[in-house]
Design a protein around this ligand. Structure first.
Ligand SMILES: Nc1ncnc2c1ncn2[C@@H]1O[C@H](COP(=O)(O)OP(=O)(O)OP(=O)(O)O)[C@@H](O)[C@H]1O
Ligand SMILES: [Mg+2]
Length: 298
């Protein structure tokens, strides 16, 4: 197993702002991922989770630092990295089969029509849509549409699977079903995966490591929690394990602590120097503001 399949080094995202200088959302984020590892990215809304994930996807320009995937520095999107967003954004005039075929045609221009058909059919069957391939998005439930989104991603035969709140719009039963679908595929295809989620139970159940991000601006990794369960994981066993409650309590307390810091960062945005002074006056260790503590663990 490669020690560093994904290497995110000193990653910075700076958006231009109305003050004329840069709004540095993410500042100096470092994270390595093993091949086949499943990590969750968790943190308060607006801290920069999607920013990090879309930079890894190659969809969002990197301001400073770099990302290496399988020994190659990324420079834009590629079929080695597939993304599933909260909304699958299917083409409404195409059925499930054609929606998946769209990406397959781009990624496998030299495959025969029969080979492409097999890839699409296999991917849709893999997510449980064997009997619904000819249905149009309007004929599919939200969960089924998201299954098409997952099929579209895995049909590209990626090495890295990037999931940005993929179950955010689904009811809890469908969410659990799709978590299992993803975990099955990830294990079988040995995909290296990152999920952005607000759901601490989901993060604990699915991950090998949970990466907790500090609040932005200047967000980075605040803490990393290793999850020590073997795979495949049995949901009932895990939810009954006292360790599960320890993990989730730890995550919740991290988020709770950060919730208090958050309002001060809003002062910081409104009146940046004034806000910064306020914040520094009550935080014992100012480095904590910048997420420096524990970041070496990543
Ligand atoms: N294109 C952009 N231009 C300027 N600022 C942006 C842009 N995209 C995101 N931001 C800002 O970057 C910060 C991080 O955004 P991001 O979407 O990464 O947060 P997030 O952690 O994914 O939040 P959520 O949990 O709500 O999805 C926010 O303050 C957001 O306003
Ligand atoms: Mg987001």
């Amino acid at each position: 197993m490669s020690q560093r399949y994904v290497e995110i080094s000193n990653l910075v995202k700076a958006y231009p702002n109305p003050f004329g200088d840069d709004f540095r959302v993410v500042e100096g984020l470092n994270l390595n991922m093993f091949q086949g590892e499943f990590v969750s990215l968790i943190g308060h809304s607006g801290c920069g989770k999607s920013t990090v994930l879309t930079m890894l996807a190659g969809l969002n320009e990197i301001s400073e630092g770099g990302i290496i995937v399988d020994n190659k520095e990324i420079d834009g999107p590629g079929p080695d990295r597939a993304v599933v967003f909260q909304a699958p954004c299917l083409m409404p005039w195409m059925n499930a089969f054609d929606n998946v075929m769209l990406g397959v045609k781009n990624v496998y221009p030299h495959a025969t029509p029969e080979e492409r058909k097999q890839i699409v059919e296999y991917s849709l069957a893999r997510v449980g849509l064997k009997d619904s391939m000819k249905k149009f998005p309007r004929e599919l439930s939200g969960g089924m549409q998201q299954r098409v989104g997952i099929a579209r991603a895995i049909a590209l035969k990626p090495k890295v699977l990037l999931l940005d709140e993929p179950f955010g719009r689904l009811d809890s039963l469908t969410r659990m079903e799709l978590q299992d679908v993803i975990l099955d595929i990830v294990a079988q295809e040995k995909l290296t995966s990152m999920i952005v989620t607000h759901d601490v139970d989901e993060a604990v159940f699915m991950s090998d490591r949970v990466i907790m991000m500090t609040n932005g601006p200047l967000a980075r990794i605040g803490e990393v929690m290793n999850i020590h369960w073997e795979r495949p994981r049995d949901r009932e066993e895990i939810f009954a394990d006292p360790k599960f409650f320890e993990y989730r309590e730890h995550l919740l307390s991290f988020l709770e602590q950060r919730a208090h810091l958050k309002s001060d960062f809003h002062d910081f945005e409104d009146n940046r120097q004034h806000g910064k002074d306020n914040l520094l006056s009550f935080v014992k260790n100012p480095m904590e503001l910048y997420g420096a503590e524990n970041s070496h663990k990543a």
